[in-house]
Ligand binder design. Structure first.
Ligand code: NAD
Length: 295
């Protein structure tokens, strides 16, 4: 970890109480992962239905762990009780760390982060799970930008080992150390990266997804592309299924941020299949229709 000694990381206690804002695909998974690893998490959304979906997902994951003999029923019940669903900012003043995981929209994220900063104690670390928006832009609205950095998990959270920890211009070493420690506690592999649109992974991934979108506009058969990439090339899933898993709305927002950030290298083709599907509200697995129908 550049500029941070191992001792600084181990000197920093891992957070004891977390909050996750946004109970969607990512927020639900992050709260689950935190609770499973002994750090209770408040899970906040503005929509009761979204909050319920997040809790239902966590419950399903816990039931699976019980069926596989990895957890006993009382252990699963304790973990479930460690995820506290809320619609207001109840309990935020008890948190050491907050992960913002609301929709990939800069003004919504800035508003949420500014609101959360007012609710938490001055020592609380704020992070954003943004996939593409530079964290320096998000930090502009904060009074304590030194306490803020990116914490980018991957989907599905319980399975994917990597977490990008994104250091902003004003992020303190101590904030990075705490976030790295939290990621380790959650069983993840944190990698500290610099700030830019898309950070590391999405600068690699989006040129591929854009190329897929161009292939489809040129007439490629989606199922054939997925089958070749998955079965013959050996990747865990093809690009169409991957986009359905990520969510077409989220992918489309991230793609726009990347196109603005790198107009010469990541320009979006027109017509662009990803934004077309998002506009048609074919959002992928989350609403059961994207490139594919999902049961
Ligand atoms: P999602 O659409 O599944 O969930 C977003 C949630 O945020 C919804 O439940 C919505 O009700 C809630 N929300 C919106 N405004 C809110 C507010 N003001 N306060 C509280 N909650 C609010 O989205 P997602 O896929 O979970 O993505 C969330 C974030 O994670 C985005 O920044 C996205 O770029 C990032 N991300 C997504 C993926 C992925 O594969 N989907 C992977 C890594 C990072």
């Amino acid at each position: 970890v550049k500029g941070i000694t191992r001792s600084l990381i181990t000197l920093h206690d891992a957070p004891k109480q977390a909050a996750v804002i946004g109970a969607g695909i990512m927020g639900g998974g992050i709260a689950y992962q935190s609770a499973c690893n002994g750090i209770p998490a408040i899970l906040k959304d503005i929509q009761p239905a979204a909050l319920q979906t997040g809790i239902d997902e966590a419950t399903k994951l816990l039931e699976k762990q019980c069926q596989q003999g990895k957890l006993t029923l009382p252990q699963a019940a304790m973990i479930r009780a460690a995820i506290r669903p809320v619609l207001q900012y109840d309990g935020m003043d008890e948190c050491d760390i907050v992960v913002e995981a609301v929709i990939e929209n800069i003004s919504v994220k800035q508003q949420v982060l500014a609101d959360v900063e007012q609710q938490v104690s001055t020592g609380c670390i704020l992070t954003s799970n943004t996939s593409s928006i530079p964290v320096n832009k998000l930090a502009q609205v904060l009074k304590r930008p030194e306490n803020f950095c990116g914490m980018h998990f991957f989907n599905p959270v319980p399975k994917m080992p990597l977490v990008e920890v994104i250091r902003g211009e004003k992020t303190s070493d101590s904030t990075i150390a705490t976030v790295v420690h939290y990621a380790h506690k959650m069983g993840k592999t944190p990698v500290v990266v610099g700030d830019c649109p898309g950070f590391f992974i999405n600068r690699v991934l989006f040129p591929y997804l854009n190329a897929f979108s161009r292939l489809v506009s040129d007439g490629a058969d989606i199922q054939v592309v997925d089958r070749v990439m998955e079965q013959e090339f050996g990747w865990p899933m093809g690009p169409a299924l991957l986009l359905d898993v990520v969510g077409l709305d989220t992918a489309s927002h991230a793609q726009q941020v990347m196109a603005e950030g790198y107009p010469d290298r990541m320009a979006v083709s027109s017509p662009d299949v990803i934004s077309l599907l998002a506009d048609l509200k074919r959002l992928g697995q989350k609403n059961r229709i994207g490139f594919y129908h999902h049961t």
